[in-house]
Design a protein around this ligand. Structure first.
Ligand SMILES: Cc1cc2nc3c(=O)[nH]c(=O)nc-3n(C[C@H](O)[C@H](O)[C@H](O)COP(=O)(O)OP(=O)(O)OC[C@H]3O[C@@H](n4cnc5c(N)ncnc54)[C@H](O)[C@@H]3O)c2cc1C
Length: 349
């Protein structure tokens, strides 16, 4: 396996910021990963696992260890009664894989069309959009334990899925490298049209198909710059930069009271255990950071108030400065600490 040195990482990310990797390797199979782990052990350097780079902010000074870019390919499928189980290599492009499952007339991932990144990135933060998330369909995840090199298979409950979270970005963060993921999809199943944007899109139309739903999701995402299109600087982002905060009823009532005073409706959503999910986009906008906000080479997308964008030539430092400003403003106005969604790489001292 080829190990390169001082490889710029910004081009491997959708945000396009960050410095080089001290060492860089492409893993096309399990044996490449084991070789890479041996290399990092011998050199005593940390590793970072890179998928499609769509949920990352990489520090300007780069990463001081070995970046392993996952390029494990291959998709197989097997019928299981009225379901079909697809097993995909973790380096498969996510949207191409979703298109394949929709072509096979299998329901369960159609609302996750157009999300950038790899298959292996989806269990990590339990990717979700338009009423679906992968915790609803993942059957199992195969991973290599970094410390021992052993292969482990995780069932769905063992992945510990929650909103934008799993054991892979929480309790067992940086412990495993995912090599493949299995999804159990409903053959001939109806598309999920539970989300308001999709209901509006299909208003007055009967029985949209899985293909219709995939196309609609991509169209809606394009209108919000949440579909990556070359040359669209509103899409040079890491997607939504902040998670929707989940608060108790008392905090939600307090914010709703402020919203009432301002004469602005506050959409809220029920979350687990009687908690309430608030729209981070609303909080960001109401704190003075509207769509199209600009601060030098960084800003907020003109089409999505949760996306911090690189308008061209931005540094990670500028991205972090804007993130901090937004978090501080939301805290000052509403007493809520917004949690970032992307992963920060190379910032540790
Ligand atoms: C325009 C845009 C729109 C987006 N829309 C959405 C959305 O609607 N919903 C949503 O949930 N997310 C969204 N995202 C965020 C992002 O696309 C997802 O989180 C995606 O799944 C990240 O996958 P990736 O392969 O790019 O991972 P990366 O960004 O490369 O890595 C993210 C994290 O996953 C880890 N990782 C990646 N692959 C592996 C592996 N094989 N083994 C172990 N760890 C791994 C990395 O180490 C890192 O910690 C969006 C991003 C952009 C830029």
């Amino acid at each position: 396996m080829l190990i390169q040195e001082n490889v710029p990482l910004a081009p491997f990310t959708t945000l396009g910021v960050g410095g080089p990797a001290r060492y860089f390797a492409r893993a096309r199979g399990v044996s490449d990963i084991l070789d890479a782990l041996e290399f990092s052990d011998l050199r005593h350097v940390p590793i970072f696992v890179l998928g499609g780079g769509s949920n990352l902010v990489i520090a300007d000074r780069g990463f001081p260890g070995l970046v392993i870019k996952i390029e494990i390919r291959g998709v197989t499928s097997q019928a299981d009664g009225e379901f079909c189980v697809f097993e995909a290599g973790s380096g498969e492009d996510w949207d191409t894989f979703v298109a394949h499952t929709v072509d096979q007339n299998c329901a369960g991932l159609e609302c996750l069309s157009g999300i950038p990144g790899t298959v292996g990135g989806t269990p990590v933060q339990n990717v979700g959009a338009y009423g679906q998330d992968v915790s609803q369909t993942i059957r199992s995840v195969v991973a290599i334990e970094i410390r021992t090199g052993e292969i482990r298979v995780f069932s769905n409950p063992e992945c510990g899925f929650a909103y934008r979270s799993s054991i892979f970005n929480d309790g067992s963060r940086d412990r495993y490298i995912l090599t493949s993921v299995s999804y159990r999809l409903h053959t001939g199943g109806a598309p999920s049209i539970s989300y308001r944007d999709l209901q509006l899109h299909f208003a007055g139309r009967d029985n949209p198909t899985l293909v219709d739903t995939r196309n609609a999701v991509r169209e809606i995402r394009l209108s919000k710059a949440m579909l990556i299109v070359p040359g669209d600087d509103d899409a040079r982002s890491a997607g939504s930069f902040f998670k929707n905060p989940v608060v108790d009823c008392k905090a939600a009532e307090f914010i709703a009271h402020i919203a009432d005073q301002r004469g602005l409706p506050l959409p809220t959503y029920a979350a687990a255990d009687g908690m309430v999910k608030l729209p981070a986009a609303w909080l960001v906008e109401q704190s003075g950071f509207g769509k199209g906000f600009c601060a030098g080479a960084v800003g907020i997308s003109r089409r999505h108030s949760l996306a911090i964008v690189n308008r061209g030539g931005a540094t990670a430092e500028e991205i972090i400065a804007l993130k901090n400003r937004i978090q501080q403003a939301v805290f000052d106005q509403f007493g809520i600490e917004l949690k970032p969604e992307p992963v920060f790489v190379g910032f540790e001292r």
